[in-house]
Design a protein around this ligand. Structure first.
Ligand code: V47
Ligand code: SF4
Length: 354
């Protein structure tokens, strides 16, 4: 059985969810790594992508209380903040001498902010940095905006697009299993609702990314079901650019699980690359994996290391041990020293000439 599954991957034949489960349960780390590397090389050769980007977390005030989250605060809590649009613009302008290609903008579900804040924010950052793509607001934020503005998600996305939105980030997917969501993030939109917002975005011509939070209390069945739901949607829309398995960071939150070890991260990367035959890119998000593990992940199917980031808050609130940002030189070095060819890209993974 395992041998025939390995053959299928080698011959570029799609695996069923059951076959992926067998591969994970019976295949050893070398089987997984070898196959994932084959698949990765078929798509991208020895290229490994990165982006010169800036993260903006406009508020950490959130009406939800996901048990794994160490970033969110309630209004009035110590450390709670919200940035005015002017403050965000100043943050963007403070780095105007750097060749930033992507602005990654996400925040909590802050009931104090009016609907108009969001399109105005997109418009303001786009104006401050017209050459950068704006990748902003997870599906969870889009659903929150639709509810508050008494609009459909499509209308919200159209407003944001008119303001300058280029892509949706992949956050908020967590694990789609309804039972696990009840346990981990009961107030959050369902997996189905998350997928539906990405479907609407794709139909409206807005590409997006997808994540999965792993290494806490979920099983391999939960992981493969999550991947299957993404693959099914991608078959219909083709709008996902990249999948990002996010290793759970275990500090300062209510969940208290352990987090995945290095081997588990490699297995997750490899299976994602092998199973998601229709999502072009797989990201080793160095912030959550650590830089050294992200380097290894390039050998286990990943082809992207995300970007310079500066200054990351969500993973670090939960104890991430990585730096808060990397220079382009450090990223290029990390990729080259792993034996891959660094390619600077934009939000849509088009190579940029530096
Ligand atoms: O949505 C929250 C997750 C996400 C923890 O689309 C945690 O290119 C680990 O989605 N441990 C935000 N993860 C990060 C994210 C992302 C990052 C970089 C690039 C892109 C992209 C997306 O972080 C949240 C949530 O799923 N998260 N708490 C934690 N303790
Ligand atoms: Fe709020 Fe997002 Fe944190 Fe959940 S993960 S508490 S929705 S900021």
């Amino acid at each position: 059985m395992l041998a025939s599954i390995i053959d299928k991957v080698t011959q570029n034949v799609r695996l069923s969810a059951d076959e992926a489960m067998t591969l994970v349960m019976e295949g050893d780390i070398h089987d997984l790594g070898r196959l994932a590397l084959q698949v990765r090389r078929r798509r991208h050769g020895d290229k490994a992508f990165f982006v010169y980007n800036q993260h903006i977390n406009y508020t950490n005030i959130c009406q939800n209380a996901c048990r794994f989250c160490a970033f969110s605060r309630r209004h009035g809590d110590k450390g709670a903040y919200v940035l005015s649009i002017d403050q965000v613009v100043r943050e963007v302008q403070s780095r105007s001498s750097e060749p930033i290609r992507e602005l990654h903008v996400v925040g909590g579900l802050n009931p104090d902010l009016p609907y108009t804040y969001y399109p105005s924010l997109v418009q303001a950052v786009k104006q401050a940095r017209p050459e950068a793509s704006v990748k902003a607001f997870t599906a969870v934020e889009v659903a929150f905006l639709a509810e508050r503005g008494k609009m459909t998600p499509y209308q919200v996305l159209e407003d944001l697009r008119r303001a300058g939105l280029d892509a949706l980030p992949g956050g908020g997917a967590e694990v789609f299993s309804p039972a696990l969501r009840k346990q981990l993030c009961p107030e959050k939109i369902s997996g189905e609702a998350w997928l539906n917002i990405h479907r609407i975005a794709h139909q409206a011509g807005i590409p997006s990314n997808a994540t999965m939070l792993f290494g806490h209390v979920e099983s391999w069945e939960d992981r493969i079901s999550h991947l299957l739901a993404l693959r099914n949607l991608q078959d219909q829309t083709g709008g996902f650019l990249c999948f990002i398995p996010l290793p759970y960071q275990p500090r300062n939150n209510a969940l208290g699980a352990q987090g995945p070890d290095g081997l588990d991260i490699m297995r997750m990367m490899a299976v994602s690359r092998i199973f998601l035959d229709n999502i072009p890119h797989l990201k080793a998000y160095w912030v959550m994996t650590g830089v050294k593990t992200a380097q290894m992940a390039l050998w286990y199917g990943a082809d992207d290391m995300d970007g310079t980031v500066t200054e990351e808050r969500i993973g670090h609130a939960a104890g991430a041990q990585s730096p808060k940002g990397l220079t382009r030189t450090k990223l290029v070095q990390a990729i080259s020293q792993s034996g891959f060819a660094p390619v600077e890209r934009d939000s849509r993974f088009r190579a940029v000439i530096c």
